[in-house]
Design a protein around this ligand. Structure first.
Ligand code: ADP
Ligand code: TRP
Length: 321
């Protein structure tokens, strides 16, 4: 059985981009794979020093995943910092990783361009991510397109390590789905917590409605056909079957369509899609001990696997004497 692993940075409310790009795909994989899933709170630390905020975001990300159907009996589900072995592997991998490889990271450059202070954690971010993946012998890593380069860096690091020390690490494959790899946000850019252009999965109805109503549309008059590459069309299409999508395309390209009507429909579709999970989400919100017990159990399972790989790495590089 293939080992499938992915993580999510708890740096804000989870949104439709996270859901389609990664979460729903991970949840589907639990039927057929040996699934490993974690909240990457060490990664979140690279861009925040808000202690209470980080704690709340970590808890909420875990509750979102569980409410959406992640089954902690079938999956190894934990918080990254509960398995600190990953920090040791990061250090070891840092020594076979060239500065040039990391300097080419576009996500690092993007974050600096947005005004994030470039601390060393942010710079080393891809090495920590490589350690996350390599510490568990992962075969497949489901992510959105924005993580593609991080996966390439991970593969480079694993290949380099194996070249120097022998075939120890599993070289993982990225798993990027074409139809969901880049969910647009309200403004048409990538939907992202850091662009404040998201539609959250679990938020009060009013807030979700407000967000959907503010999806940017053009000024094409009602009596003219509308473009199908707009964020409104692309977001709505994520919820539709092939036949429904073809019908929406027909409506967009036929004069008379009003954007406001489509937004209302989309709002209803979003609410209907996630309605079955609201009760469970609320239960988890009010039962923190239940969630923490699940996470601590998951951390124990993850730690056992991590220890095994880490021991092989420690032996190979000469840290055991
Ligand atoms: P954000 O950009 O909102 O901070 P993360 O970086 O935490 O999101 O992403 C968590 C997971 O969700 C990753 O696998 C990422 O590729 C995926 N993801 C995030 N935003 C999108 C999007 N707009 N479209 C598709 N996948 C996305
Ligand atoms: N960098 C990823 C993101 O921002 C989160 C992440 C951390 C991750 N470690 C990982 C994803 C390992 C996949 C595998 O979304």
């Amino acid at each position: 059985m293939k080992r499938v692993l992915s993580g999510i940075q708890p740096s804000g409310q989870l949104h439709l981009g996270n859901y389609f790009g990664m979460m729903s795909r991970m949840i589907n994989y639990q039927q057929t794979s040996d699934l490993f899933c974690f909240m990457a709170n060490y990664h979140a630390l690279t861009t925040t020093n808000d202690c209470q905020g980080l704690m709340a975001n970590t808890y909420n990300a875990a509750a979102d995943f569980l409410a959406l159907g992640l089954d902690s009996d079938k999956t190894t589900f934990w918080v990254q910092s509960d398995v600190p072995q990953v920090a040791e592997l990061t250090w070891i991998l840092s020594n076979i990783t060239s500065v040039g490889l990391i300097e080419r990271s576009t996500s690092y450059k993007d974050k600096i361009a947005k005004g994030v202070t470039p601390n060393m954690g942010l710079f080393s971010y891809p090495i920590l991510m490589a350690a996350d993946i390599l510490l568990f012998g992962s075969d497949l890593v489901p992510v959105g397109k924005d993580q593609k380069q991080h996966l390439e860096i991970t593969r480079d690091i694993a290949i380099r390590f194996n070249h120097v020390y022998g075939e120890i690490l599993v070289v993982p494959e990225p798993d990027i789905d074409k139809s969901t790899m880049l969910v647009p946000g309200l403004d048409g850019q990538k939907m992202s917590k850091s662009y404040d252009n998201t539609i959250p999965i679990f938020a009060p109805e009013k807030a979700i409605r407000k967000r959907i109503m503010s999806i940017v549309t053009d000024s094409t008059p009602v009596e003219e056909p509308k473009p199908v590459d707009s964020p409104l069309f692309r977001i709505y299409a994520l919820f539709l079957s092939a036949a429904e999508k073809a019908d929406l395309e027909r409506r967009f390209t036929t004069p008379g369509l009003r954007y406001g009507d489509v937004k209302k429909e989309l709002f209803e579709r979003v609410m209907e899609t996630f309605a079955p999970y609201h009760q469970e989400r609320e239960y988890l919100e009010n039962h923190p001990d239940h969630v923490r017990t699940i996470l601590k159990k998951g951390a124990n399972k993850a730690r056992a696997v991590a220890e095994n790989y880490l021991q092989k790495v420690r032996d190979a590089v000469g840290l055991e004497y």
